[in-house]
Design a protein around this ligand. Structure first.
Ligand SMILES: [Zn+2]
Length: 74
C-alpha cells in the first residue's frame, strides 16, 4: 500500500509492525503520527441528581487528517 501523503510505497516491514498505518516513515515523522489522542469531558451524573459527581474523561484514538502533499499538505 502507498503512503496517503507522499504516495510512496510503505515498506512491508512497517505495514507488518503497524497494519493500521497509512503513512510512510518519513511522513509519520513529519506530521506526528497517524493517530492523535482526543479527550472529551463527559458527565456521568443523571439529570437532577443531587449526588456530587466529578464526571469523567473519554479518551479516543482518532485518525489524524492527512492532506496529501500534492493537494498542498505539509
Ligand atoms: Zn509518505
Amino acid at each position: 500500500m502507498d503512503c496517503i501523503r507522499c504516495e510512496n510505497p510503505i515498506p512491508a516491514a512497517r505495514m507488518e509492525a503497524l497494519p493500521e498505518t497509512e503513512l510512510c516513515i518519513g511522513c509519520s515523522a513529519a506530521v506526528g503520527s497517524d493517530f492523535v489522542l482526543s479527550t472529551r469531558l463527559v458527565r456521568t451524573n443523571k439529570e437532577g441528581s443531587m449526588k456530587v459527581n466529578y464526571g469523567g474523561v473519554e479518551v479516543k484514538l482518532v485518525r489524524r487528517k492527512i492532506v496529501p502533499l500534492r493537494f498542498g499538505g505539509k
